[in-house]
Write a protein that binds this ligand. Structure first.
Ligand code: VNL
Length: 388
């Protein structure tokens, strides 16, 4: 190489390594996405990150005349990490929005930062009703446990299930699931024999399943966060509860599409209520699932849809705010209505909460694979947790 060419090559390399010019920075907006990419809830991070990558591959990186740069940060499901990462994203990276939030405590830990910095915060996974009340800058593209649990409290007693035991994880969404399911089934002349709980970290289902066996209910109603369903289902089968004639019902978190296909025959016939099944028969969902599987080689679950719709919400918002953040962006997120792979969704302008269809589904085998097959729907369900 001549000396001159060597210098040119060096200059180019330096230019590439240099930080973005002021012009390029002004043309870019950053979205800070905080997810559990490691630890017990890593499947939630994996699903949402994959959905965000798909969304940008399909829709490009421009919104509101700006280039949208997504920064994904791993909080390992630990609230202290989430809080620190949110602070860094707001202060150092000057993100236009925060998004992700795999578990309720992680979303709640970030709420004061969203409020203080007036940064819109899109909850893509966590599902305790009260989250959207923790800051006027929070909105949500996942669901609420009361939305799912009330639908089951209506379905079960109409289908021969009168005596139930409930089993939930002992934190926010579990409290919501237990309370809203129990209240509803009591209203429908059902009976709750016992309310059982397991811890969020490293649960052992053996002792509670023994209690369920002894109580002899018509059905066991279960909420466990995404990622715990397969282990639970295995123990339910191993302890012979299905053979003992105890039906298994719950929110769709226990027949999560991320794990469902590996659960085996014990999952067959399990009825759940929730907002998303990868088997939802709309044209939009068929394309979503096909594109997702082509890109990532695994099936999208309800977390993936929360992530994909969260990106749609933010892109629409940035288009309306012309790339501006803070209150302009927050205003543009409220009241949006659009078709999702799950069906039509609305962001209620007053509560900032998602309004969506809730499906009743049964696990069936089709073409050798297990799917949640929808057989009933409640349309445009508002969060029952906000109708006090
Ligand atoms: C939550 C709710 C998390 C439902 C979940 O999976 C879930 C939560 C990680 O609010 O913490 O399926």
């Amino acid at each position: 190489m001549t000396r001159r060419r060597h210098l040119i090559a060096l200059a180019c390399a330096t230019a590439l390594a240099a930080p973005l010019s002021a012009q390029a920075q002004a043309d870019t907006v950053k979205i800070g996405v905080i997810l559990p990419m490691t630890g017990q809830s890593a499947s939630t991070g994996k699903q949402i990150a994959a959905a965000i990558a798909l969304f940008q591959a399909q829709n490009g990186k421009k919104a509101g005349g700006k280039t949208v740069e997504v920064l994904i940060k791993d909080d390992a499901g630990v609230a202290d990490n989430t809080r620190r990462l949110a602070q860094e994203l707001v202060v150092n990276d000057k993100v236009v929005a925060l998004a992700g939030f795999g578990l309720t405590p992680l979303a709640l830990a970030t709420a004061p930062i969203a409020t203080q910095s007036k940064t819109p915060m899109v909850v893509m996974a966590a599902a305790t009703s009260a989250i959207t009340e923790a800051s006027p800058y929070i909105t949500r593209t996942s669901f609420t446990l009361p939305q799912a649990a009330v639908a089951m409290g209506d379905w079960a007693p109409k289908n021969g299930i009168k005596k139930v035991v409930t089993l939930v994880t002992d934190y926010g969404p579990g409290n919501d699931a237990e309370r809203y399911f129990a209240d509803r089934i009591l209203l429908n002349s059902g009976q709750v024999l016992e309310k059982l709980r397991t811890p969020l970290r490293s649960p052992d289902f053996a002792p509670v399943l023994q209690k369920v066996r002894d109580a002899k209910p018509d059905a066991l109603f279960v909420f466990l966060p995404s990622g715990q369903g397969a282990q639970f289902m295995k123990q339910f089968g191993e302890r012979g509860l299905d053979k003992a004639g105890i039906k298994l019902i719950g929110t769709g978190d226990i027949t999560d599409d991320d794990q469902l296909n590996d659960m085996g025959d014990v999952a067959l016939g399990v009825v759940t209520t929730q907002h998303y099944s990868a088997a939802h028969p709309s044209a939009m969902n068929k394309k979503f699932v096909a594109d997702f599987q082509a890109m990532h080689k695994f099936r999208p679950n309800f977390m993936a849809v929360g992530g994909w719709d969260g990106m749609r919400l933010l892109y629409n918002g940035l288009n309306a705010s012309k790339g501006a953040g803070n209150d302009a962006l927050m205003a543009a997120l409220k009241g949006q209505v659009f078709e999702s792979p799950r069906g039509q969704i609305l962001i209620d302008a007053q509560t900032r909460e998602i309004v969506q269809d809730i499906y009743t589904r049964r696990v069936e085998k089709k073409d050798g694979q297990l799917w949640n097959i929808e057989f009933d729907v409640q349309k445009s369900v508002k969060d029952p947790g906000k109708q006090k």
